[in-house]
Design a protein around this ligand. Structure first.
Ligand SMILES: *Cc1c(COP(=O)(O)O)cnc(C)c1O
Length: 401
C-alpha cells in the first residue's frame, strides 16, 4: 500500500472528458436540475447514487468526503460547518432522552458545554471520567450509557490516554465510542485500526479547521465511520439538521490536503524542538507534549504512535509557580511572532494562557500544578526565529522576579 501522503495526491478523480489537471473542479449548487420527473423520483440522496440538492452534496463535496474517509481509515464521511458541529451531530444522532453520555474531564471545552446545555435540556445526562484511568471509565459505564467520547491527547493539558484500552472497554460493554481525532489528524494513528486485530472506534470526528485547512481561514468538520448502518443513522441526522458546507471552503480543503502530511511533519518537528528547549528553562516547571519522555501519557503515545513517530505541533507549558498570572499574561503579550489566538494548525504560531483549575472537575481529575499554563500551537515559521521570540519574552519574566 502507498503512504497516505501519496494516497492523498493520487486519489481517484474523474475529470471532465479531455480535461485532466492537478486540482478537481469546483461545483456549486443549491438547485440541481433533473431531466424529467422519473429522474426526480429515482435519484437517491441517501446512498449518493445521484445528485438531488446542494445540501445533499455536490461532486466537490463527495470528492472531499472520499479523501477524508481515506485519510482517517474509514469508509463513510459527512461534512459539517465546523469541528464542533461534527461533535454535536454525533451526540444528537446517537443520544436520546434518558441516555447518559460519558466525556473525559479533559475533553474539548465546547463538547462539555454542549452536554451541560442542550443535551441536559433534552433529558440526556452526562458524567465526566478520568481519561488516564481506564478503571474510572469502567466504573462509570452503566446500562444508560449510550455514547463515550474519547480524545487523544486531552485538550490543552495534553494527557495521552491508553486509547486502545478505553476502546476495548467500550467494545466489551457494547457501548458506542466516538473519538475527537483532531490532534491525530489521521496521520499520527489510524482510529479504525488501533491494534493488530483491527480494534476501531465507531466514529472519528475531525476539526478540519485545524491541520487539513492549514490556513486559519476555513471552518469545517468531518464525521467518519465504517459501519454502514451507523453511517446511515448519522446521515439522517445530518440531513434533518440541514448541515451543509460551502463549495469554496470544500475547494480550500481539497487544495490543502496534498500538503497535509508535509505540514504536519514540519509543525511536529518544530514543536518538539521548542518543547525540549523550553523544558530546559528554569521559568518552566513542566512541558506537556505527549512525545516527550516524562509527559503525562508518554508511554501510551509511544505505544500507539511510536512506529510512525508522529505528533501534532501542539504542546502546553506550566510556568514555575513564582510567575504570577499577570506576569505570564505579560509574557504572552511580549511575544512578537507568536500571536494570541484560539484554534491551531495554521502557518502562524499561537499562544493561549489557560486557568486549568477552572476547567477541571476536582472530583474527577486533580490538576497537580500550581503554576500558570500556556498552550502553544507551533506554526510553519523557522523554529530558530520562534526560539528567539520565546527567549526575548521569557526575559521580561526575569525582570519581574
Ligand atoms: C478546534 C477543535 C474542535 C472544534 O473545531 P471548530 O471547527 O473550531 O468548531 C473540536 N475538537 C478539538 C480537539 C479542537 O481542537
Amino acid at each position: 500500500m502507498t503512504d497516505i501522503s501519496t494516497g492523498l495526491i493520487h486519489h481517484p478523480y474523474l475529470p471532465p472528458q479531455g480535461f485532466e489537471a492537478p486540482q478537481p473542479a469546483v461545483h456549486k449548487a443549491s438547485t440541481v436540475f433533473f431531466p424529467n420527473v422519473a429522474a426526480l423520483h429515482s435519484r437517491d440522496w441517501k446512498h449518493k447514487t445521484g445528485y438531488t440538492y446542494g445540501l445533499h452534496g455536490t461532486p466537490t463535496t463527495f470528492l472531499l468526503e472520499e479523501r477524508l474517509a481515506t485519510l482517517e481509515g474509514g469508509r463513510h464521511c459527512l461534512l459539517v460547518p465546523s469541528g464542533l458541529a461534527a461533535i454535536a451531530t454525533v451526540s444528537l444522532s446517537l443520544l436520546k432522552s434518558g441516555d447518559e453520555v460519558l466525556l473525559p474531564d479533559n475533553a474539548y471545552g465546547p463538547n462539555k458545554a454542549l452536554v451541560q446545555g442542550e443535551l441536559r435540556a433534552y433529558g440526556i445526562s452526562h458524567r465526566l471520567y478520568d481519561a488516564m484511568d481506564t478503571a474510572d471509565l469502567a466504573a462509570k459505564l452503566s446500562d444508560r450509557t449510550a455514547l463515550v467520547w474519547l480524545e487523544a491527547p486531552g485538550s490543552v493539558t495534553m494527557e495521552f490516554p491508553d486509547l486502545p484500552a478505553l476502546v476495548r472497554l467500550c467494545r466489551a460493554r457494547g457501548v458506542r465510542c466516538a473519538l475527537d481525532n483532531t490532534w491525530g489528524a489521521g496521520l499520527a494513528f489510524n482510529p479504525f485500526e488501533l491494534d493488530a486485530d483491527g480494534l476501531a472506534v465507531d466514529v472519528s470526528v475531525h476539526a478540519l479547521t485545524k491541520y487539513p485547512s492549514g490556513g486559519g481561514d476555513v471552518l469545517m468538520g468531518s464525521i467518519v465511520s465504517r459501519d454502514p448502518a451507523l453511517h446511515m443513522r448519522l446521515n439522517m441526522t445530518h440531513m434533518r439538521l440541514g448541515l451543509g458546507v460551502g463549495a469554496n471552503d470544500a475547494e480550500a480543503l481539497l487544495r490543502s490536503l496534498p500538503s497535509l502530511p508535509l505540514r504536519y511533519a514540519a509543525h511536529d518537528a518544530a514543536a518538539r524542538g521548542l518543547a525540549r528547549w523550553l523544558a530546559g528553562r528554569d521559568e518552566i516547571a513542566g512541558v506537556l507534549h505527549p512525545a516527550l519522555p516524562g509527559a503525562p501519557g508518554h508511554a501510551h503515545w509511544k505505544a500507539l504512535c511510536g512506529t510512525r513517530d508522529r505528533a501534532a505541533g501542539l504542546f502546553s507549558v506550566v510556568f514555575d509557580a513564582r510567575h504570577t498570572r499577570e506576569r505570564v499574561h505579560a509574557f504572552c503579550d511580549a511575544l512578537r511572532l507568536f500571536r494570541i489566538g484560539y484554534s491551531w494548525g495554521g502557518p502562524i504560531s499561537l499562544v493561549v494562557p489557560y486557568d486549568i483549575g477552572e476547567m477541571r472537575d476536582p472530583a474527577v481529575t486533580r490538576w497537580p500544578h500550581a503554576g500558570m499554563l500556556v498552550r502553544f500551537s507551533i506554526g510553519l515559521e523557522a523554529a530558530q526565529d520562534l526560539r528567539v521570540d520565546l527567549e526575548q519574552a521569557l526575559a521580561t519574566l526575569a525582570l519581574a522576579v
